[in-house]
Design a protein around this ligand. Structure first.
Ligand code: NAI
Length: 721
């Protein structure tokens, strides 16, 4: 098995362990690591005159964390296998901390998950304040818990309350200075030389250290749960937990809480076993599998280019024209410039165009303040953005991304204006959120180069890019758009054309269903709460305000004018009343479903109840939640049926990363597959909802057969059986 740890004994009797897996760009906690660490411990224990140990890494990150594919493989084959592996890893970390000689972690870069767990088993932790370096235990965000001693040691180091709220339940990735403030590391240094010098100095000053919990006078900070003070605090934990989860009941935080509380009442060895048991429970549970499926396998398939036409030689884009310097255009310009592309942004006046640079300046200033970018890097990004109101200034651009108002005539006009000055084979992309691409392409003489590149707001933070292929779009345009998306760090799903494509269409069903329930007389607060407790990141009414009710109204009217399939819904009437009769157009105006007069937070508008038909109507809470989840899932199934969606993977990734479908489901189609009773159970429940609330819930007749005939996930990456 590959040796992943270098062992160097210096003349001073200090052994430096350098984590350096030669087969990977980052160190991970896998079988090779476990075997190497065991061998290292055998050697260390046999050393005579050992003075101390420094644990560091040869990679730019210290250690990346658990090896997910390997962990999954271990759970599939048989769980005891995984328990044995975790047992070895933990036993050796315990051997390290009870070596009787000082062990210092010289954390030279990010230490997340397993990486931080190794550091926690050292007697002293020094972190280098490298740009971008992060420390934390993000397992909770993957539906897992830190199972290599992370729960057990942080609880003993920070106390139960401290460990749960600062690291374990938040999954926070902290900068070194924040980790210092949180008590996770003991020192932060500025240079690699200092890192090693300080490590040696600490070893010299502490010849026979013990972990605090191995000292006879050890008391857990804040007391153990058996003590009065903590017992008094305990009932508060579930409430804190719920608040952090916005009410969703997810197994990982609950398992972390249980492992922490149970572990705090027993000795360290037993606590480590308790932790393993909870981790295995999570790993073999459905939620973790879903999350890992979405966050790991699906993402890997999507980002790896499953949807990019193979063998298409697509000239890379170097200079991008962005039309419109509004919210989206400015965000797109910043994303492109950050990835090293030259960008020219055009708007109707120099001042309007200048907003793109102002936006970039704001984001860059923040990045510099937070240590994510150096001043020089920030300056270089800004220098790549030029702004103009003149079409001539776009000369030579080999791609254009249009982000002017959502108006088909205007969009066609701006393309006509800039086409003559662009490179002759320039990629022509529109960021429209709803307008069919085929229709927009009809206005240019090169429909093969025309494509939809639908970004999400805020562009700098939202990972998804929905690439929309029109009837005439060629493979080269698709490949170029895909490559451009990857270049700027986005996860690109590829869908076929249609009104609202996949994401805007399906999120529209979510908003319609939620607003419809309010129109029926369900209290607005119950609708919001139901969504949050189902795991949506934002309530649908807050979301509608954010999007703006005027925009929702305009999009629906375009649909009404363009399609015979349009059906009026109670939700439409309510939105019209809010906008037209009560002048409540949404968040930007300070009033929509919420009133935003008390700063940012907003309170639901008290006048809403007067606009609904049957005030206070009781709909079972589960129905409230499932009407929203099913409205989206059924429409996603229709998208698959109609060929708007090409794969289930795109649906799963697009739904979580673009439109906030609850992440615990692993995506909108996994939700259908894994509903209690499988697709058949989903179909039965949909039929029930259809009987109660309308035929929009009627499931596709062949749902069960169709899902049975297709795979539920892309091929797994190589190396994962
Ligand atoms: P916005 O209203 O913030 O910005 C539009 C910009 O286009 C304005 O700066 C305006 O001056 C400029 N503009 C108008 N006519 C122009 C012309 N002839 N030449 C150059 N610039 C011109 O709009 P926003 O929100 O940025 O949306 C832009 C597009 O992106 C729309 O098609 C929208 O549907 C789409 N979109 C919006 C999302 C959102 O969350 N707001 C998400 C994804 C797509």
């Amino acid at each position: 098995m590959t040796n992943t740890i270098r062992y160097d004994r210096g003349a001073d009797g200090i052994v430096t362990l350098t984590l350096d897996d030669p087969t990977q760009s980052a160190n991970t906690m896998n079988r090779a690591y476990a075997a190497s660490m065991s061998a290292v411990l055998d050697r260390l224990e046999a050393e005579s005159d050992l003075v101390g140990v420094i644990v560091t890494s040869a990679k730019s990150t210290f250690f990346a964390g658990g090896d997910l594919p390997e962990m999954i493989r271990a759970t599939r084959a048989d769980a005891p296998d995984l328990a044995a592996l975790l047992g070895t890893i933990k036993r050796d970390l315990r051997r390290l901390e009870t070596l009787g000689r000082p062990v210092v972690a010289a954390v030279n870069g990010s230490a997340l998950g397993g990486g931080l767990e190794i550091a926690l088993a050292c007697h002293h932790r020094i972190a280098l304040d490298a740009p971008g370096s992060r420390l934390g235990l993000p397992e909770v965000t993957l539906g897992l818990l830190p199972g290599a001693g992370g729960v057990t040691r942080t609880v003993r180091m920070l106390g139960l309350a401290g460990a749960l709220t600062t690291v374990l339940l938040t999954g926070r990735r902290m900068r070194p200075t924040d980790a210092l403030a949180a008590g996770i590391v003991n020192e932060v240094v500025a240079t690699p030389t200092e890192l090693l010098d300080r490590a040696r100095a600490w070893i010299a000053a502490n010849p026979q250290p013990k972990q605090p919990w191995d000292r006879p006078d050890y008391r857990m900070p804040g007391g153990t749960p058996a003590s009065r003070s903590l017992a008094a605090q305990l009932p508060a934990f579930p409430a804190t937990l719920r608040k952090q989860l916005k009410g969703a009941r997810l197994p990982a935080p609950e398992a972390i809480l249980a492992a922490a509380v149970e572990g705090a009442q027993v000795d360290l060895e037993t606590a480590l076993t308790v932790e393993t048991r909870h981790l295995i429970g999570l790993l073999t549970g459905q939620v973790a599998k879903n999350m890992i499926g979405a966050f790991f396998f699906d993402l890997k398939a999507v980002n790896g280019g499953a949807a990019r036409p193979a063998d298409v030689d697509a000239p890379p884009v170097r200079r991008v024209a962005v039309l419109g310097a509004g919210m989206m255009g400015a965000g797109i310009a910043y994303a492109c410039a950050s990835a090293g592309l030259d960008v020219v942004v055009k708007d109707v006046t120099p001042e309007a165009a200048g907003r793109a640079r102002e936006h970039a300046e704001r984001l860059l200033a923040r990045a510099v303040r937070k240590g994510r970018k150096t001043e020089a890097d920030a300056r270089a990004v800004l220098d790549r953005i030029t702004t103009t109101d003149q079409a001539d200034a776009l000369a030579g651009c080999d791609a254009v991304i249009e982000a002017v108002f959502e108006d088909p005539a205007l969009k066609q006009q701006v393309f006509a204006e800039v086409l003559p000055v662009l490179a002759p084979d320039a990629l022509l992309a529109s960021n429209t959120s709803t307008l069919p691409i085929t229709g927009l392409a009809a206005g240019v003489d090169r429909p093969a180069d025309f494509i939809g590149m639908h970004f999400f707001s805020p562009v700098d933070r939202m990972p998804l890019l929905e690439i929309v292929v029109g009837e005439g779009t060629g493979d080269v345009a698709l490949a170029r758009a895909f490559d451009l998306g990857r270049r700027i760090g986005k996860t690109p799903i590829v869908v076929n054309d249609g009104r609202g494509f996949f994401t805007s269409r399906v999120i529209g069903r979510f908003i319609d269903e939620a607003v419809g329930m309010v129109a029926e007389g369900v209290p607005a607060a119950s609708v919001e709460q139901a969504a949050l407790q189902a795991g949506y990141p934002t309530g649908p009414l807050a979301l509608a305000d954010e999007v703006s009710l005027t925009l929702i109204q305009r999009i629906r009217r375009q649909f009404e004018a363009a399609s015979e399939e349009f059906r009026p819904l109670p939700a439409h009437r309510l939105v019209d009343e809010l906008v037209d009769a009560y002048d409540r157009p949404g968040r930007a105006a300070g009033r929509g479903f919420y009133s935003y007069d008390d700063g940012n937070r907003g309170r639901l508008w008290s006048g809403l109840a007067d606009l609904t038909t049957d005030a206070g109507r009781a709909v079972p809470f589960t129905d409230l939640q499932e009407r929203m989840l099913f409205a989206e899932a059924l429409d996603a199934l229709r998208c698959l049926d109609e060929g708007v969606l090409r794969t289930e993977t795109d649906a799963n990734i697009g739904s979580i990363f673009g439109i906030g479908f609850p992440a615990w489901t692993g995506g909108v189609i996994r939700y259908v597959r894994q509903y209690a009773g499988g697709p058949a159970g989903f179909a039965a429940r949909a039929t029930e909802l259809a009987d109660r609330y309308g035929d929009r819930f009627t499931p596709p007749a062949d749902l069960v057969d169709r899902l049975a005939a297709s795979a539920d996930r892309p091929a797994e990456p190589a190396g994962v059986a």
